[in-house]
Design a protein around this ligand. Structure first.
Ligand SMILES: Cc1cc2nc3c(=O)[nH]c(=O)nc-3n(C[C@H](O)[C@H](O)[C@H](O)COP(=O)(O)O)c2cc1C
Length: 196
């Protein structure tokens, strides 16, 4: 009898585990679900190898017709980071960020015709890849928006960007000096199947 009860309990336990979201076993899903925006940094520098990995992840993003219409400016010069933070406090660069990565669209590489603005989605995908890579490496980062606001031209000026290079986002990256709580965003009410 005892054996039967234990066997039933075992099956119930396994069935329960099977129903759990995959987040426990799947590191990629876990990484996606636990990423948060980090806006305060310790100031400790990050290495060139870390920057290379972040950029490799960014450039692995999908892009329309595989145009890869992007360009990146890695800012580690403290004076430039301070200037970005002073002129655009929303970038959080003033909060001890040792590095800021500027993700830009290269309009000379963008599609022509009605697909021209796909560059925005392409660079957005690269930005999200970079944020997820940073999180997986124990680094903190936050997407701060440039294009289509006036900030894009402020950043263009500070960084001497040519006219065809449009900054979509500035992402300060460094070791986190805060541990923000993960926001629960999953909402079944937003999901529709087959028709609205
Ligand atoms: C297009 C875009 C622009 C953003 N701009 C800013 C910004 O200027 N400053 C900032 O602190 N966060 C900015 N964020 C980060 C959002 O505030 C943040 O992602 C949101 O509050 C959800 O929080 P989470 O990233 O921790 O999940 C931006 C995010 C996106 C996608």
């Amino acid at each position: 009898m005892k054996k039967i009860i234990l066997a039933v309990l075992g099956v119930m336990l396994l069935a329960g585990c099977a129903k759990q979201p995959q987040t426990m076993d799947n590191q990629v899903i876990n990484n996606i679900l636990t990423r948060v925006s980090v806006r305060q940094f310790t100031g400790e520098p990050i290495t060139q190898a870390q920057v290379d990995t972040l950029l490799r992840a960014a450039m692995a993003a999908p892009s329309a017709v595989n145009k890869q219409p992007w360009a990146f400016v890695v800012v580690s010069d403290k004076q430039i980071i301070d200037r970005i933070g002073e002129e655009m406090p929303n970038t959080r660069c003033q909060n001890n960020a040792p590095c800021a990565i500027v993700l830009c669209g290269d309009l000379n590489k963008a599609l022509e015709g009605e697909g021209r603005d796909f560059w925005v989605q392409d660079v957005a995908a690269a930005t999200q890849n970079l944020l997820l890579a940073a999180h997986s490496m124990g680094l903190g980062a936050v997407w701060t928006g440039m294009y289509p606001t006036h900030r894009a031209s402020v950043a263009q000026k500070i960084l001497d960007l040519p006219e065809n290079i449009v900054p979509l986002a500035i992402v300060p990256v460094g070791y986190p000096a805060e541990q923000p709580a993960v926001k629960e965003k999953y909402n079944e009410e937003l999901i529709h199947y087959n028709r609205w």
